[in-house]
Design a protein around this ligand. Sequence first.
Ligand code: PEP
Length: 253
Amino acid sequence: MAATPRPLIAGNWKMNGLKSAGLREVKKLATRMDKVSKPGCDVLICPPATLLAPLRDAVKGSGIAIGGQDCHGNAAGAHTGDIAAAMLKDIGCGYVIVGHSERRADYGENDRMVRAKAVAAHGAGLRAIICVGETAAERKNGETLKIIGKQLTDSLPKNSTAKNTIIAYEPVWAIGTGLTPTVDDVKEVHAYLRSRLRRRLKADGVAMRLLYGGSVKGSNAAELMAVDNVNGALVGGASLTAADFWPIVETCL
Ligand code: PEP
C-alpha cells in the first residue's frame, strides 16, 4: 500500500508584509519549529517577492521552506514586473504557487497559462502548487466537479510527479470570506481529485499531496486536516502571524 503523502502547511502572504513585521513573525515561527524534533509535516511560507531573501535567511536551519506566489511561463525575457521560476530557485525557493484564483481573476490567467507556469517551475527545479477551485455560482449550479476536473486536466503538465507537483483545492468563494465547505464537500472534491490523479499518473497520483485552502484557521484546521485525501493546507489570512499560523501547523506536527 502506498504511504500517505506527507502533509504540507503552506502560508500565502499575498501582497502583505513589510520587512520588520514579516521578519518578526517568521522568526517566531522558526523558534517554534526549532523546538520540534521530528516534524510530521513540511512548512512553507510564500511571502511577497521583496521578502524572499530576508525570510530565507531568517528561517535558515528551522526546516521552514520559502516559496514564490507566482512565476512567469517563460524562462526569461521581456516581461516587465514578472519573476522567472529560475530566479525564485536562485534565491532559495523550493516551491511556487501557480494558478491562484486571484491571479486567474485579476490577470485573466487560464489553464493553459497555469500549465506553462508549472512547466517553467518544474524546469527550474521548483515544486509547483497548482490551485484549482470553483466559484460560488459554479457550485450553486452543481458544476463543481466538472470545473475542477477541467482545471486539473488542463493545468497539470505531462511530466508531473508527486515530487514536483502539489494540488491545492481552493473554492473561490471560501477564500478570505470566513466561509468553508462542509467536511463532506471537501471529502467529495478531494476523493474526485485523487481518483483523476490516480488514473492519469498512477502511483504518482496516489502519492501527490492535495491541499485544502479557503478560510483555514486554528479553529477549523484539525477538522479539515482529518478529511480523507487532505494532505495539508494553503492558508492566506491566518498565515500572516505566527500566533494564527502555528495552531494550524500544529494539527499536522
Ligand atoms: C488563499 O488565498 O490561498 C487562501 C486560502 O486565503 P484565506 O486562507 O485567507 O482564505
